[in-house]
Design a protein around this ligand. Sequence first.
Ligand SMILES: Cc1cc2nc3c(=O)[nH]c(=O)nc-3n(C[C@H](O)[C@H](O)[C@H](O)COP(=O)(O)O)c2cc1C
Ligand SMILES: [Mn+2]
Length: 480
Amino acid sequence: MIKNMQELINEFEASGELHRVKAPVDPELEITEITDRISKSGSLALLFENVGESAFPVLINAFGSNDRMRKILGCQSFDDIGARIQAFLDTKPPGSLKEKLKTLFTLKEMSGFLPRKVKSAPCQEVMHGPESELLDLLPILTCWPKDAGPFITLPLVITKDPDTGTQNLGMYRMQKFDRATTGMHWQYNKDGARHFDKYRERKQRMEVAVALGGSPAVTYASSAPMPPEVDELMLAGFLNNSPVEIVKAKTVDLFVPAQSDFVLEGYVDPDESRIEGPFGDHTGFYSPADYYPVFHVTCITRRSDAVYPATVVGKPPMEDVYMAKATERIFLPLIRMLVPEIVDMELPMEGVFHNCALVSIDKKHPGQAKKVINALWGLGQMSSTKFIAVFDSDIDLHEPSTVVWKLLNNVDPKRDMLFSEGPLDALDHSAPYPNFGGKMGVDATRKTREEGMGRPWPEEITMSEDIVQKVTQRWRDYGF
Ligand SMILES: Cc1cc2nc3c(=O)[nH]c(=O)nc-3n(C[C@H](O)[C@H](O)[C@H](O)COP(=O)(O)O)c2cc1C
Ligand SMILES: [Mn+2]
């Protein structure tokens, strides 16, 4: 388990996966251009030691490879984590599937991974009060030329449900407006926004803490689509195989991860909003400016050896592609619990996750592919998926050429397309309205007579096994 950013730097440096940049660099655009080139060519973690006027180094692209993601999540393969989750599911007595999912993270077996409260913590070694430079202390990056300003790009936003007292940890970017305020870019369907709606109804300010850095598994967990009402710190504890230590924040009634590098404490006022953006986003386009709530920072605590974590999003592949790949594998067993005929899933990076899902199914009855498409359009964060294509289970969804081949050959557009409309991701720019628009499903499975296929389905070409073996054995005889 990698406990904090300092351990992560040591580990990745020892394995040759981290490059230190000692030359002075500008947090405005220069770091992005360097990081983008590294992301598109082999992908090392980068530690910028000398960033603008800031006293703190910047760690970027720590999550930017499948190998490093596996080390961060402590697994040999992401599917091993899925299998661990599956094992927990199997211990549950039969009940409705929905019920099972809801109770999965409240199981007795999971209680060992609940966060553990501690009295003192590294994240509170140094405190900067309300009169200090606050956000001016941090080397916050301006990522792209038309961004509205500097953005904190790896923030773990901690809020509390006023009804249940459950905390949520969500990654929502934050535009720095000045030394003491930022935007708070939680999209309407995210847990932070749901908490905020409750405070608005009560006409109360909401206390917010924002952690930066600390345990990389905690940072990953804050981006994971956990069901509402389940603390992401429990997932991080599960991944680390050890509870996350949390400490009471200094000035707000929230618990924050003890290993964090920085903690920003403050509040969001329901009566206040301000234009946020544009921001060069992970779609590869600028997301437009819009009104979002404002976060007031009233104090900052930090480690004495704090490192500022950042990421740059842009045209894929960037660092977030590897975080999303882990999510695709880890959450597959949960999706399969609700839609059991699903065998595998691939979210191609060009679809930037919300635009396209490929799934394979074990097809048993007519119309099943279309059933699966509709089911996914009603499932948690999957419901904002724009394109879904369904294949038979004898396909490797992770081979783009095979996928396109089957898609183009197996589909009769008139019979196999399903057009619909519904909620879309806030970052979709093609739809006529924000968050709502058209959707398309494609049934690329083998079609049967019951599905209106008037002709026999052809057999796929494969060589007979004895000839394959014979040729393998004789390969040298042919002079190759
Ligand atoms: C680098 C990165 C940046 C993100 N930025 C945002 C953002 O600005 N707003 C947002 O709503 N979601 C953003 N997300 C996605 C959320 O973190 C993700 O949907 C998460 O599940 C939200 O947590 P929640 O379900 O507890 O709300 C981002 C994810 C990553 C990896
Ligand atoms: Mn959540």
